[in-house]
Ligand binder design. Sequence first.
Ligand code: IPM
Ligand code: MN
Length: 369
Amino acid sequence: MSNTQRIAILPGDAIGPEIMAQAVRVFEVLSEHRDLCFELIEAPFGAAAYFEHGHAFPEETKTICDSVDAILKGPVGLSHEDSAKIPVEEQPERGAILPLRARYDTFANFRPITLSRDMAHFSPLKSEIIGDGIDILLIRELVGGLYFGEKQRGINNDGKRFVRESLDYDEELVRRVLVVGFEQARARKGVLHNIHKSNVLMSSVFWNEILDEVHADYAEVEVKHMLVDAAATALCLNPGQFDVMVMENMFGDILSDQGGGILGSLGLMPSACLGPDKAYYEPSHGSAPDIAGQNIANPYSMIGSVAMMLEMSFGMVDESKAVWNAMKSVFEAGYTTADLASVNSETDVVTTDVFGDKVMAAITSELKR
Ligand code: IPM
Ligand code: MN
């Protein structure tokens, strides 16, 4: 029997448990058909954890996460009204996600924005613009910048309430994520889009200086500079020009959601968050409290996060491909979840569970090939 891979499962809030229930089936299917062994350890995380244990990232969950080979995390968070019932510091974004990222120093966030040719009709963009589909790897710095800088509130000298939050990076934080960007660009098409705002922000001037230094080690990679606002437009008008994009934390938060927009749904956005020793995997989207409990959420991003884990944490390249191919084949057969239905009336809308059933059946036939 092969080594057991131990995985922490953090289902999260709202639609989190529903899409996680489908994602974990992938491990069952794989161990049924391959000589692979996975041990899944579920742990509380997010608002549910706060209400049950008093903390959004309880000690027990930290201990489990410390001990495993990889972490699979569902989306967390509640509606604006329900969030207000939790003290600001324990709200799951601040109380769970950011501490998780900090604990494992998961600085490199891979957010693939991909749509195969056969899924191109899901995009709200015109087919002339989509061409053969979309295949972009957005790399977001995940543990620096405004998210983690010093925060201050108070009364200023004019007696007015004020707020200040700082955007901090040191050269090592910038260098290491740029190295990841260059490595990916070299392995793909040899072009790296550097997204910044150096016409205004000193942090971007600094970022670009470090980029020039790192570029010296990757002379074969062509760097294309683009201001972040212009990149937002370019993603809509000509996404085909991008292959690998690298950017700081806040820019990456915003542009990756735009990525979901050009695909047709945030439900098509899985992600990997890699640190020096540990990685965790999560959908790029939130917990969608408005559709929770209805069995209509799209589990693609959660299942896709498993596919990324298989490849990036466990080196299971074939199994990962089987999962991607399986999901593609379900879409190609005309099935979708509700989020993708309105843009194509010819699709057969299925529930979260049924989409999961179809994906698992398709993985099984991929593995038997
Ligand atoms: C994301 C999310 C998070 C972020 C939130 C939930 C803290 O929007 O992963 O993109 O802003 O990073
Ligand atoms: Mn986001």
